[in-house]
Design a protein around this ligand. Structure first.
Ligand SMILES: Cc1cc2nc3c(=O)[nH]c(=O)nc-3n(C[C@H](O)[C@H](O)[C@H](O)COP(=O)(O)OP(=O)(O)OC[C@H]3O[C@@H](n4cnc5c(N)ncnc54)[C@H](O)[C@@H]3O)c2cc1C
Length: 428
């Protein structure tokens, strides 16, 4: 099998980093990307500025590959997603050449000629990766190992608090968006709401708050399921990533200025269509509306369907790689900071198969590009038989300073009674 390539699913930051590591270790990688270009998912949120600085967004072997190709990566500053793609991911894919194949969607990963149940000769069989190409044709590619770096971007969570769409959510689809708005100007003068408490929700709240400040008459309501918004506002000075800290500080100020109305403990149960928008109904009977547009930014989930015929250990709560769950579970972590994870934690019952990058975290919200690059380094070392390098931890992760994970709905730190708060006093 050592003559076969290693197949990487997805040409996002982690898939491309994996290809660069594989090349340095003497493997022949093939990266299969369903989009038309590198960083397809990142491009879709290209208007959002990252809270990580350039040096936290570039992987070392990828940097070496780009340097060899004569490409200079920006040295400082905080890029938007579009610049991460333009100045790093796209040139990296170009440097990898025809090892990166665009318009190739992976539809399944199996062991050649073995369904999931069959033990006999399993580990000796290569992986068979089924793809649909840009012309709709089906192909099967064989691989000695598979690294699934397909991310979670394509599956956004619903507004409904129980994890399924709220009653009426599908029928109200014309009034709901599941992405951070790029241009919200058409919503000036209307009532808009955001549900969610992660960084995407904070981004959206800030964009809409700016709109409300420019256009009086615009009303912005931020709905969080938790009894407190503190976790969403970040760790302030305790956060080692200053841009991430500043997002929370700006959101807090927007609330204090009265540009944003905050409703805590609001768990959306039903969405009713009204003549001039939608009405959101919470589990406890509170109603909000009519609202012209709801931004549901409740996180992402991995699509595990392509792995249904291989043996994978997935955490039942997080949909993450099972071996990572104890490290990243927001229910048991009082603080959002997570330790580095590598080949040992990412190992699957199917030898040679690894889920890496954002997908490895499943629904856990704390994934950082740096975490992924360390995963990739360790996994590729393990594939190369360098167990010492695979076991090493070369990463120091930034502190978040955020206490109370997203699974924390009550009973522990950061809790308060559900409330509707309008903080009107101007505070700079
Ligand atoms: C708004 C936003 C802001 C963020 N800001 C930061 C930040 O400041 N710092 C930070 O470290 N992280 C940040 N992140 C996290 C960020 O998502 C990751 O760091 C990074 O994008 C994850 O990379 P990935 O390669 O794992 O996944 P992705 O970037 O999602 O890439 C996955 C790729 O796989 C492709 N794909 C999916 N399914 C298939 C298939 N079946 N077949 C073939 N190809 C497929 C997709 O098209 C995509 O190109 C942010 C995320 C978001 C959404």
């Amino acid at each position: 099998m050592s003559d076969l390539p290693v197949i990487v699913i997805g040409a996002g930051p982690q898939g491309l980093a994996a290809a660069a590591h594989l090349l340095e270790r003497g493997f022949e990688p093939i990266v299969l990307e369903r989009g038309a270009s590198a960083g397809t998912a990142v491009s879709e949120w290209g208007h959002v500025r990252l809270f990580s600085a350039w040096d936290e967004l570039v992987d070392s072997p990828s940097r070496r590959l780009l340097q060899a190709a004569g490409h200079a990566i920006p040295a400082s500053g905080y890029p938007k997603g579009e610049a991460w793609v333009r100045d790093y991911l796209a040139p990296l894919a170009a440097a990898l050449g025809d090892r990166v194949r665009f318009g190739f969607e992976v539809t399944s990963v199996t062991r050649l000629g073995r369904d999931k149940v069959v033990d006999g000769g399993r580990a000796e069989q290569p992986f068979a990766v089924r793809v649909v190409d840009y012309e709709g044709g089906e192909q099967r590619l064989l691989a000695q190992a598979v690294l699934d770096a397909s991310g979670t971007w394509s599956q956004a969570g619903p507004a409904g608090a129980d994890g399924t769409p709220a009653l009426g959510e599908r029928a109200a689809a014309d009034h709901i968006e599941y992405r951070i708005p790029a241009d919200a100007s058409a919503l000036a003068g209307t009532h808009v709401a955001v549900v969610g408490a992660g960084h995407s929700a904070v981004h959206a709240v800030l964009r809409l708050a700016e709109l409300a400040e420019r256009h009086p008459g615009t009303r912005v309501t931020w709905l969080v399921r938790r009894p407190s918004v503190e976790g969403a506002l970040g760790g302030g000075e305790a956060d080692a990533l200053p841009q991430r800290a500043s997002l929370g500080v700006r959101a807090r100020r927007a609330i204090e200025r009265g540009s944003v109305e905050l409703m805590t403990g609001f768990r959306v149960e039903e969405i009713r269509l009204a003549s001039d928008g939608i009405v959101l109904v919470a589990e406890d009977g509170r109603e909000l509306g009519p609202v012209a547009r709801l931004f549901a930014l409740t996180g992402f989930r991995p699509d595990l369907s392509i792995l249904s015929e291989v043996r994978v250990a997935i955490d039942p709560a997080l949909d993450s790689v099972a071996g990572l769950a104890a490290e990243i579970d927001p229910n048991i972590h009082s603080c959002g900071t997570v330790a580095a994870t590598g080949a040992a934690e990412l190992a699957q019952p199917e030898p040679g198969l690894y889920i890496i990058g954002a997908k490895s975290y499943g629904r856990a919200p704390t994934f950082l590009a740096l975490t992924g690059y360390e995963q990739v380094r360790s996994v590729v070392a393990e594939l190369a038989g360098d167990h010492e390098a695979a076991a090493r931890n070369e990463l120091v992760l930034p502190e978040t300073g955020v206490c109370g994970g997203s699974g924390d709905f009550g009973g522990r730190s950061c809790c308060a009674a559900p409330a509707t708060i309008q903080l009107a006093a101007a505070a700079v």
